[in-house]
Write a protein that binds this ligand. Structure first.
Ligand code: DAH
Length: 350
């Protein structure tokens, strides 16, 4: 039996030294270990051997078994390492090759302006609220002091869905809705500051500076002591954040039915610093938005008491700000989705 064992080991050693492929190694593993191992019949026959022989054969059989499995494992290990080596060699990356261009999207310039203005106001406590693009005449006009038949309705030529429903002509509709909601609150002191943005619609002929659909941001703040000074401060603060910290503002009297007094706000030209250039048409000033103190009528129409609650309001044309900020002279550029145009804003704000 001892010789048989030595024989098995010898055979195994010759075979394992000759192998060249993983398949051959698998075959040897099957032939010399597991259920087909030639050691099994020997181990079985040990039972009938004499005690001395049993001890000797048992020890050798065990040694042979261990040697076989150690060598098999070592060989498998070498194969695996070689396979990995080959794989690494064949999959080597040539870093000098020209790569494939990954196209990143860009934020739309109108969204950049909206984000910037939203941040300015939400940082100081204004709440961002949603408005309705398809709106009741009530909130778009009547509750903003524009009753049916009011001549000032002509300032905003309107798409009517039916007699009572319109495509909103401005984002100021949100102010009417929010004031009405505020009036229903049980608190004595009515305080609220909010902004809202979105599309508005007017029956305008499209040209380089007008579109029948455009975007606005509207905001208001109401409370017990909201004053015209607050309005001036907030407008200047916004302009300095939006353009640069050296700009100044100028207020000109204007008219909006929902504000009294109403103002048109000019910002000192951020390009020439007021000296006069093509952007400000040599005047040093650029008109940027409309604003005012919320008309007492509007407070009343929405259920608030103008004696105790006052408010400021402002409405900003997003396209206009974007055109000024980015030096764009045709409003249509915003709606054409020309990738070359949009790509220019890729790194804005970084
Ligand atoms: N809604 C006005 C428009 O579209 C803009 C406006 C002016 C909004 C004054 C306001 C405001 O909230 O106070 O022409």
């Amino acid at each position: 039996m001892l010789n048989k064992l030595k024989d098995i080991l010898e055979k195994f050693n010759t075979k394992i030294n000759e192998i060249e492929t993983l398949e051959q190694l698998e075959q040897i593993k099957q032939d010399f270990s597991g259920k087909d191992s030639p050691l099994i019949p020997i181990l079985k026959s040990i039972k009938s051997a004499s005690p001395e022989e049993r001890q000797e054969v048992g020890k050798l059989a065990n040694d042979v078994k261990i040697e076989i499995s150690t060598k098999l494992n070592a060989k498998f290990d070498t194969f695996q390492k070689n396979i990995l080596k080959e794989k690494l060699a064949s999959e080597k990356i040539d870093v000098s090759l020209v790569g494939t261009d990954i196209k990143f999207g860009t934020k739309h310039p109108l969204n950049l302006v909206i984000e910037e203005i939203s941040d300015i106001f939400t940082e100081i406590g204004y709440e961002m609220v949603d408005g309705q693009e398809v709106e009741q005449d009530l909130f778009n006009f009547q509750n903003l002091n524009l009753p049916i038949g009011h001549p000032a309705r002509d300032m905003q030529d309107t798409f009517y869905i039916n007699d009572e429903i319109v495509m909103r002509t401005h984002c100021t509709n949100m102010t009417a809705r929010m004031l009405t909601e505020l009036s229903k609150q049980k608190t004595n002191e009515k305080n609220l500051a909010a902004i809202s943005y979105g599309n508005v619609y007017r029956r305008d002929d499209d040209d380089a500076t007008h579109s029948h659909q455009f975007m606005q941001i509207d905001g208001f703040a109401v409370g017990q002591k909201v004053s015209f000074a607050n309005l001036k401060w907030i407008l200047k603060y916004m302009c300095q954040r939006l353009f640069n910290e050296n700009v100044n503002i100028r207020l000109r009297p204007s008219f909006f039915p929902f504000t009294e007094p109403s103002v048109e706000v000019d910002v000192s030209c951020f390009k020439c610093e007021g000296k006069g250039c093509s952007l400000c048409k040599q005047s040093g000033w650029i008109e940027i938005l409309g604003a005012g103190m919320i008309n007492e009528q509007v407070m009343e129409l929405n259920g608030l008491d103008p004696k105790t609650t006052t408010g400021l309001a402002f409405g900003i044309g997003v396209e206009r700000i974007a055109m000024l900020k980015f030096g764009i002279n045709n409003i249509r550029s915003f709606y054409e989705n020309n990738v070359k145009f949009l790509d220019q804003f890729k790194f804005y704000g970084e």
